[in-house]
Design a protein around this ligand. Structure first.
Ligand code: HEM
Length: 508
């Protein structure tokens, strides 16, 4: 044997040893994390709720986990339940919600478990941090989002996406039997809109050919795989996979790399052009005060996540509900005819939208029944007592549940499961909001959603444009939606619809 082949043998055996070491290491960690999982599940808890959760027996009766929680919360005399195996207190009680989001806000941060899950994608972005970093971004973003010029810019972005893409796309499939997936259309619409608004970048997802966008796909993958981390039996599982760069963690890393590369490129180009060019997007505005490009990227990506799927989710539920409730659709048409005149095209102005109380009521009512963020959790920093008498031990996950809260008879009356926009209107037809802790769809209190007004304008613009011009029929539309797991409510399998030009009979 010459020295070359003996050194290659040595190299091979080192490789094999390393491989075996690697496999043993992975196996030991998997067993270890499984044990932690079992330990954390506290299998000794045999209460009905924990047993049903662990055995998944709730799925026999309920289509969605949130429907089962709603059922449990309706039965609870405090409107609060404790899922011991998850160390999770879930509440639908508005007093508790006010307590955690306003009165004792400091005791209920997002917490490390949440920020670890989204940390690789969102970094130090507003959506993912607590404390001083959050305060700084919140102040800066509130100032920007409150300005008249950015509202006008958002309106312009949305208007152009509706006129140049959304309406032509729907017109192009009018009368076609196979129609299209409206959820996919709204996801494309809101991605284009939020990218233009946040970055000044147009990914063109809603172009007529419905092109695949590398950026949109990477962003989708990154947010989906980040959310899936929360479903791991223990955070150790995904942490080990991340360390070894295998499976979903490898795909997540690649997707985030792509999102970062694009964001970095946009930031670089904007730095070269300089802030003097009068760009209106958020990034250009934030650049004036922030020099750290990594931090800038984090902030803007948070906005993409916050403003994309939420709006798409609300619009999808809205058109599903309208298809089940044509009287509401007709009432929206009547109101908009009264305010805008009897044309079917053209966008509503800010002023016109402000006059449409019924439309606003219908959107609020839609999100009461189908909130885009179905539940939201915080982690107690210290022991605490909730107003309903529930004891919270330090470290407990405390969840407020807008989906269940919208379905509580004691909050909304015996017709709480009906889609009835009128419940939001005073006798003279004026929209009257409710206590935000009873309706925390946009969260409430100190950390209330920063994009609420923008989201409402976006949804109203889309709703008016489509309701006035098209009849939208949901294929096989009587079955209640089943949701896919994730950060935002998404209908499993999408929402297949057939589009018709608005018929003369239903015109007026
Ligand atoms: C129907 C649409 C929307 C709904 C239902 C919604 C709901 C929410 C909720 C529940 C939160 C709290 C999340 C948490 O802290 O865990 C939130 C936060 C936030 N939302 Fe929205 N949102 C919507 C649209 C938007 C849009 C379009 C934007 C962007 C322009 C936006 C920007 C934000 C930001 C930046 C935060 C973080 C605020 C903070 O942590 O201080 N949202 N939103």
């Amino acid at each position: 044997m010459d020295s070359g082949s003996s050194s290659s043998c040595l190299f091979q055996s080192i490789q094999i040893t390393l491989f075996l070491l690697f496999i043993s290491f992975a196996l030991v960690f998997c067993v270890f994390s499984f044990l932690i999982y079992i330990f954390r599940l506290k299998p000794l808890c045999d209460c009905d709720v924990c047993t049903a959760y662990v055995s998944s027996s709730w799925t026999k009766e309920f289509r969605n986990l949130c429907d089962w929680y709603t059922h449990l919360l309706r039965k609870s005399h405090t409107g609060t339940i404790h899922v011991h195996v998850l160390n999770n207190v879930v509440t639908a009680n508005p007093d508790n919600v006010k307590h955690m989001l306003r009165t004792r806000f400091d005791n209920y941060p997002k917490g490390k478990p949440f920020s670890a899950i989204l940390g690789d994608l969102l970094g130090r972005g507003i959506f993912n941090v607590d404390g001083d970093s959050w305060k700084f971004q919140r102040k800066m973003a509130s100032l920007e989002l409150g300005s008249v010029s950015i509202r006008a810019y958002a309106f312009e972005v949305v208007g152009s996406e509706i006129t140049n893409r959304l309406v032509p796309l729907l017109s192009s499939v009018c009368g076609k039997e196979d129609g299209l997936d409206l959820q996919d259309v709204f996801r494309r619409f809101s991605f284009d809109s939020i990218c233009k608004f946040s970055f000044g970048l147009d990914p063109g997802c809603l172009k007529l050919s419905l092109p695949a966008s590398e950026f949109a796909e990477a962003f989708d993958t990154a947010s989906r795989l980040s959310a899936e981390r929360a479903m791991s039996p223990s955070s150790l599982v995904w942490r080990i996979k991340r360390l070894l760069n295998i499976g979903s963690e490898r795909r997540l890393r690649e997707a985030i790399k792509l999102v970062n590369a694009l964001a970095d490129e946009v930031i670089k180009q904007k730095r070269e052009v300089g802030p003097s060019k009068g760009h209106n997007d958020l990034l250009s505005r934030f650049m004036i005060n922030i020099d750290d490009d990594r931090y800038l990227r984090d902030i803007v990506v948070s906005f993409l996540l916050a403003g994309r799927d939420t709006v798409a989710s609300a619009l999808t539920s809205f058109f599903w509900l309208l298809s089940q409730n044509p009287k509401v659709r007709d009432a929206i048409r009547e109101e908009s005819d009264r305010v805008m005149g009897p044309t079917t095209d053209g966008l509503a102005s800010f002023d016109q939208m402000r006059k449409m109380h019924y439309l606003q009521a219908a959107l609020y009512e839609c999100m009461r029944l189908y909130p885009p963020v179905q539940f939201d959790s915080k982690f107690a920093q210290d022991d605490d007592l909730l107003p309903d008498g529930t004891w919270i031990k330090k470290g407990t996950r405390v969840t407020y549940h807008p989906y269940a809260m919208g379905r509580m008879e004691w909050s909304w009356g015996p017709d709480c499961l009906e889609f009835r926009p009128e419940r939001w209107l005073s006798k003279d037809g004026v929209f009257s909001p409710v206590n935000p802790y009873k309706y925390p769809v946009f969260q409430a209190g100190v950390r209330v959603c920063l994009g609420k007004e923008m989201a409402l304008v976006e949804m109203k613009s889309v709703a008016l444009a489509l309701v006035r011009q098209f009849d939208i029929l949901v294929a096989g539309g009587h079955r209640r939606p089943q949701f896919a797991p994730g950060l935002t409510a998404t209908i499993r399998g999408g929402l297949r619809v057939v589009i018709e030009e608005r018929s003369v009979a239903s015109t007026r």
